[in-house]
Design a protein around this ligand. Structure first.
Ligand code: THU
Length: 139
């Protein structure tokens, strides 16, 4: 499923508007594209018990998987401190990379980020999480 990277970033920015980040004040949005062309948006949802916080990317994945989706093409991620527009690259954390690995083909799944200069950059999950551990690894 082809979609303009800029459009996917725009949708991630929309999702970021709902970020609940009263502790870090760092707001993140994600827009997850399925192979069938559907979009699932997510934001970070923090908690006073910090470990209960959910990242934007995982919010988007869990929304999608819980609706029966299992085939993903790309995700756009934007993040910045509250009160500032996003522009700098906000790369996904390690836990979110591992969750992506559970549901995506590493060589094909694209991660779209802002490049800090008004444009976008994209890379595969394989580039961000090489030699990964997955279900197949357990034989
Ligand atoms: N955060 C995300 O939503 N995604 C990431 O990949 C990195 C971190 C959130 C979690 C927390 O609410 C805030 O950013 C600061 O870590």
């Amino acid at each position: 499923m082809d979609m303009d990277e800029k459009e996917l970033v725009r949708l991630a920015k929309e999702a970021r508007q709902h970020a609940y980040a009263p502790y870090s004040h760092f707001k993140v949005g994600a827009a997850l594209l399925t192979h069938s062309g559907k979009i699932y948006k997510g934001c970070n949802v923090e908690n006073a018990s910090f470990g209960a916080t959910n990242c934007a990317e995982r919010t988007a994945f869990f929304k999608a998987v819980s609706e029966g989706e299992n085939s993903f093409a790309a995700i756009a991620i934007v993040g910045a401190p509250d009160g500032t527009d996003t522009a700098d690259t906000c790369a996904p954390c390690g836990i979110c990379r591992q969750v992506m690995r559970e549901f995506c083909q590493p060589e094909d799944f694209k991660i779209v980020l802002e490049d800090g200069q008004g444009g976008t950059i994209s890379m595969t999950l394989e580039e961000l999480l090489p030699r990964s551990f997955a279900g197949e690894s357990m034989g």
